[in-house]
Write a protein that binds this ligand. Structure first.
Ligand code: AMP
Ligand code: GLY
Length: 428
């Protein structure tokens, strides 16, 4: 099979790394890819938002299967375009992807289908929003309707912060069009976990559970980022809770989208808050998470090509997916300054030495080759991923590998996987 992966981050490196292990693959391409991806796939310089360019490439190369990493092209309708052209693609249509691209749509969808989520109101104008925030009181969560690269959620701890956020989004338009509507949402308390499934629109195949770390510093301090690390499994999401999430959240979501004429085929990611009143949806993503994918796919034992193929032809019900019982931990190494303005162009050393350790894979995100030398080229630079019998072993291995990698201004959280370690102990 000829396969094309779209994207250039750590998530796409993990996808390409896993796909390359399949005996079914005869050619593997990635657009645009990165230097780590180039070790397993041929990188083609087409941007992820150049739908015409991607479609031309897939047609001319007779690509059998395309896998979309990021939300951008899905929101632009890449899956519709490819399917109209008779090409197989893993990812939802533009209208199904609205579950991620519009928080106003996804909130009203959840309300229509009685899917547990925080109570919220949506606003087009700043004045009534400010009045509602005052009446509601803090804490209150302010959410930009459209895509905002993980930065469109502000948890206001007092009234002033809420008013400031509303002002910034609706009057000063810091998020542009994405912020023309906002949600004001009750603040939920509990542990967070990510639950991803493969679905062909009918059958739902759960992946192993995982947990992301959004804040830039240890103990969840500092501003939100795209994700500083992840681990799998997430012990807080017990078997019983997973059953409950499937029954009360994932199944009604897939069925509800189908009933509304937006059948969903691809990866559905639910970001959950495990509250005292049960699991509730914080957000949906219409794609794999980053860095969750790095820890999930390093635990996948089955052939990913077979899963994707079954997904695109509606045959997931015939498949048994196998996972490793191992724990996987991914620690993201970031550039100086991230998530604000960050430095680029710093030489990176030691990846080979890090990967010399058995069980370690270093996924590239923001890297580029400059005159043959690997240098930093993004906020999130590398995702050092390690597997082990338990959290202790996986963590020790990941941090031992990281000690071998160097670049100027390198930062990482030191507490990735600690919660898992404690969770497992608490669970006995
Ligand atoms: P989202 O992009 O909607 O997942 O939001 C990003 C992060 O904001 C989540 O991972 C949570 O940590 C936090 N968050 C979002 N909604 C809420 C909420 N209603 N209550 C508390 N925290 C929230
Ligand atoms: N890790 C969160 C996301 O991919 O949206």
């Amino acid at each position: 099979m000829k396969i094309l992966v779209i994207g250039s981050g750590g998530r796409e490196h993990a996808l390409v790394w896993k796909l390359a292990q399949s005996p079914r693959v005869e050619a593997l391409y990635c657009a645009p890819g990165n230097p780590g991806i180039a070790r397993h796939a041929r990188c083609v310089l087409i941007k992820t938002d150049d739908l015409n360019g991607l479609l031309d490439f897939a047609t001319s190369k007779a690509i059998d299967l395309t896998v979309v990493g990021p939300e951008g092209p899905l929101t632009m309708g890449i899956a519709d375009r490819f399917r109209e052209a008779g090409l197989r693609i893993v990812g939802p249509s533009k209208s199904a992807a609205e579950i991620e691209s519009s928080k106003v749509f996804s909130k009203s969808f959840m309300e229509r289908h009685r899917i547990p989520t925080a109570r919220a109101r949506n606003f087009h104008e700043p004045e009534p929003a400010i009045q509602y925030a005052k009446d509601h009181g803090a804490p209150i969560v302010v959410k930009v309707d459209g895509l905002a690269g993980g930065k469109g959620v502000i948890i206001a701890q007092d009234e002033d912060e809420a008013i400031q956020a509303i002002d910034l989004i609706m009057r000063r338009k810091t998020f542009g069009e994405a912020g023309s509507q906002i949600l004001l949402e009750d603040c939920l308390e509990g542990e967070e976990a990510s639950f991803l499934v493969f679905t062909d629109g009918k059958t739902i195949v759960p992946m192993v559970t995982s947990q992301d770390h959004k804040r830039v510093f240890d103990q969840d301090q500092g501003p939100n980022t795209g994700g500083m690390g992840a681990y799998s499994p997430a012990p807080v999401l017990s078997e019983a809770l997973q059953e409950q999430v499937l029954r009360e959240i994932v199944r009604p979501t897939i069925d509800g989208l189908a009933r509304e004429g937006r059948p969903f085929q691809g990866i559905l990611y639910t970001g959950l808050m495990l509250t005292q009143n049960g699991p509730k949806v914080l957000e949906y993503n219409a794609r794999f998470g980053d860095p969750e994918t790095q820890v999930i796919l390093t635990r996948l034992e089955s052939d990913l090509v077979e899963i994707f193929e079954a997904l695109t032809v509606g045959a997931l019900d015939h498949l048994r997916v196998r996972w490793s019982p191992n724990v996987s931990v991914c620690v993201v190494l970031t550039a100086k300054g991230y998530p604000a303005t960050f430095e680029s162009g710093q030489p990176i050393r030691g990846i080979e030495q890090a990967e010399a350790k058995n069980g370690v894979v270093v996924f590239h995100a923001g890297t580029v080759l400059r005159d043959g030398e690997l240098v930093t080229a993004g906020g999130r630079v590398l995702g050092v991923t390690a597997g082990g019998r338990d959290f202790q072993q996986a963590r020790d291995l990941a941090y031992e590998a990281i000690s071998r990698i160097r670049f100027e201004g390198m930062h990482c959280r030191m507490d990735i996987g600690l919660k898992g370690l404690k969770g497992l102990k608490a669970a006995g």
